[in-house]
Design a protein around this ligand. Structure first.
Ligand SMILES: NC(=O)c1ccc[n+]([C@@H]2O[C@H](COP(=O)([O-])OP(=O)(O)OC[C@H]3O[C@@H](n4cnc5c(N)ncnc54)[C@H](OP(=O)(O)O)[C@@H]3O)[C@@H](O)[C@H]2O)c1
Length: 283
């Protein structure tokens, strides 16, 4: 029986992963921001843990025995133009997706290191391997940063026998885009029509191609069963294709392919209104 921690276990991939480890007979700590709202995971120890809050992470994890598997899954996605996105929204993605994982890793590593074993699984996205699409600078940036942190951890933890894996799904059928406001029209900005077009791609792409969260959970359990797992684990056909394209194409060729892919789901790319010279010279 393994001792397993899953963050963001109240819904989606996190809940499916916690349930899968419970079904495998493991001792699971299902951590979520608000267990009263999300509901407990049957068979698991359900605890409150907000990955953006130092005190919450300490209160939830301090003094616990070594985990065999830690799944950093908690995450959010918000779209928005670099020029106009609310900076709180931009920062929140790094605070949750990157710093949240950093906080949890720092809280759990000492006993794992001391025991010379264990596995950290960081739930990234294929977008953590590919160049960034428009309006996803901060989501993808946070996941690229998660990849950089994971690579450094491989190096730092190898001598202590602790392994690190990145699970990198493509579209997964969860409520992440509902929660991120993708069904809403973007706030007024010179980019609004283009951003709406990209949001539509995410919704239509997910409707057409999303895999079930249980499939990601199965992949995480498969990784946890390996003695020496590799770092990278794309999940889903679209993730495999995205990684292959990112590997083989220079950015400019990738960009053309990515725009064509958005058009295949969301129709022709909208063009901005003709330039108004008055806007270029506000004085
Ligand atoms: N769905 C996809 O297409 C997709 C694709 C690639 C990667 N991913 C990644 O998969 C992971 C899980 O997302 P999902 O698709 O399963 O979406 P989801 O159902 O929205 O799950 C995200 C979970 O993270 C939790 N969370 C958010 N902020 C938190 C915080 N500060 N502290 C603790 N928990 C927090 C949420 O809890 P609350 O209920 O409290 O908000 C929610 O349970 C994310 O890291 C996401 O980036 C998703």
């Amino acid at each position: 029986m393994r001792n397993v921690l899953v963050t963001g276990a109240g819904s989606g991939i996190g809940r499916a992963t916690a349930e899968a480890f419970v079904a495998a007979g493991d001792a699971v700590v299902a951590a979520m921001r608000d267990p009263g709202r999300s509901g407990e995971v049957p068979g698991a120890e359900t605890i409150a843990l907000d990955v953006t809050d130092d005190a919450s992470v300490t209160a939830a994890l301090q003094g616990r025995p070594a985990f065999d598997v830690v799944v950093n899954n908690a995450g959010i996605s918000r779209s928005g133009p670099v020029e106009t996105i609310d900076l709180d929204d931009a920062r929140a993605q790094f605070e949750t997706n990157y710093w949240g994982a950093v906080r949890v890793v720092r809280a759990v590593l000492a006993p794992m290191r001391a025991r010379r074993s264990g596995l950290i699984v960081n739930v990234s996205t294929v977008g953590g391997r590919t160049p960034s699409r428009g309006y996803h600078a901060f989501y993808q940036g946070s996941k690229h940063a998660l990849r950089a942190m994971s690579e450094a951890l491989v190096w730092e933890l190898a001598p202590f026998g602790v392994r690190v894996a990145l699970v990198e799904p493509g579209f997964v059928a969860t409520s992440i885009f509902d929660r991120g406001g993708y069904h809403d029209a973007p706030p007024p900005s010179p980019y609004a029509a283009d951003e709406a077009w990209v949001r539509r791609f995410f919704l239509e792409g997910a409707a057409a191609q999303a895999i079930a969260p249980q499939q990601v959970a199965e992949q995480i359990l498969a990784v946890a069963a390996e003695v020496r797992p590799r770092l990278h684990h794309p999940v889903g056909a679209d993730a495999e294709a995205g990684v292959a394209a990112a590997r083989s194409l220079e950015f400019e060729a990738w960009y053309d392919t990515a725009v064509a892919r958005v058009e295949s789901f969301a129709g022709p790319r909208p063009q901005p209104a003709p330039a108004d010279p008055a806007d270029a010279d506000p004085a």
